[in-house]
Design a protein around this ligand. Sequence first.
Ligand SMILES: CC(C)(COP(=O)(O)OP(=O)(O)OC[C@H]1O[C@@H](n2cnc3c(N)ncnc32)[C@H](O)[C@@H]1OP(=O)(O)O)[C@@H](O)C(=O)NCCC(=O)NCCS
Length: 445
Amino acid sequence: MPPTEPGSPAPPAPGRPLPGGLVVHRFAPTGRPAAEDARAALFVRTVERGFYEPEPTGEALDQLLGHEHADGRTYTGVYEAGADPAVDRPVGTFAGFGKRLHVGGGRDVDALLVSAVTVAPSHRRRGILRALMESELALAAAAGTPLAALTASEATIYRRFGFGAATALRRVEVDVRGDAALAGPVSGTVRLVEPAELAAIGPEVFERTRRQVPGSVERMASYAAHETDTVAGDRAGRGGLYAAVHHDDGGTPRGYVTYRFAGWDTEPATVRVSQLYASTAAGTRALWAFLASLDLVERIAWRSAPDDGVLEHLFADHRRVRTTHREDHLWLRLLDVPAALGARPYAHDGEVTLRVHDRLGHAAGDWRLSVAGGAAAVGRAAAGAGAAAPDLELDVADLSAAYLGGVPAEVLRQAGRVAEHRRGAAAELSGLLAPDRPVHCMTGF
Ligand SMILES: CC(C)(COP(=O)(O)OP(=O)(O)OC[C@H]1O[C@@H](n2cnc3c(N)ncnc32)[C@H](O)[C@@H]1OP(=O)(O)O)[C@@H](O)C(=O)NCCC(=O)NCCS
């Protein structure tokens, strides 16, 4: 939908009306500095305030606006009637933008990414989030977007809108005292580089890696600034960033890691990984061999490690790897069932019928998923009197959680979220949806 002009409320979107006295303005950041884009500047400052973050100013604000523009974000702000978005803060914020999500087998699907969701304390629990979310999902569905995605501040908010947690992240600590040997072979070279050098290879290595990791979305514009240590202003935490690049035996860059030393006051002596991407398994092993052999360092900590168990198997001694926290990460919401299921690859042939409940209607109904030769045909299944009962009955949130294969449908059956009307059907769906590689979302947004 085209952004509206300053001061003119957007036409009502399909979906739930806003609570009385409030209006919506929809616009995109122009990419110009804050002084020339006051409403976008006030919008992003209000978002930061909504998460209790310091509000960016000066160079940091200009850089943030540039990144948001580059990502193609559209802002939807809820304002008091008569407010001027260039001067008055929104009481509700919501950002939507399109990126591609990898779904396995080298295939991507278009996703609506949802971010910057905040409501002012003065206006909470009056239905502002509900009105925004339902309207924006309806617009995305009408535009043919197969699914929506977000990351959540709390796990109890988004299921009601049909989102299910499809991937998880974990915090790990790896004890690298003594000889932290790897189980497998290590090849190629890893060398320290200036972070600025990642400007040349970072985007390509990230993208090549992403295209192999189901659950990963294209990265945000801000990533380049983070990995080259050029985040502006006091948002930066700047300085002390190390970068190392892995080249394979043929001299091609296959992975990189950025990290900071936690300081001599931290015991045991700790290095904190910021980013670690490798487009080959050999690259992952080489980067970890490099980290594990850093002199004077006793522990490697990583806040956003994949939840795939690779790290444990990577070290000869599994117990060097300790998970200190695990959390849902990427939440998905199918909007177009045939498009979403048809976009991903399948491990083997089979057929399952599903009755999907969706309070918002987008995915609701009886569906037949037939897989032949690794490709799916998805159509409406016969419903009503005389029709066979569906094999499985589930909410769209649970189908969305199971979609990438990281959460087996059989697990959801055992948890009481999926009703099985044909014995073994949940395990069959788990088998059909099994991912070609462990699922993980490499991107935060
Ligand atoms: C989360 C937030 C955006 C909710 O906005 P809101 O306008 O108060 O939400 P609504 O009034 O539209 O609530 C819609 C429904 O969600 C529920 N809900 C809202 N916030 C919730 C929360 N934090 N936890 C659990 N349920 C929540 C409401 O109870 C309501 O439930 P219902 O289905 O019974 O009607 C707001 O509380 C906020 O800004 N929180 C801080 C920032 C944040 O965490 N944002 C989310 C980022 S992912």
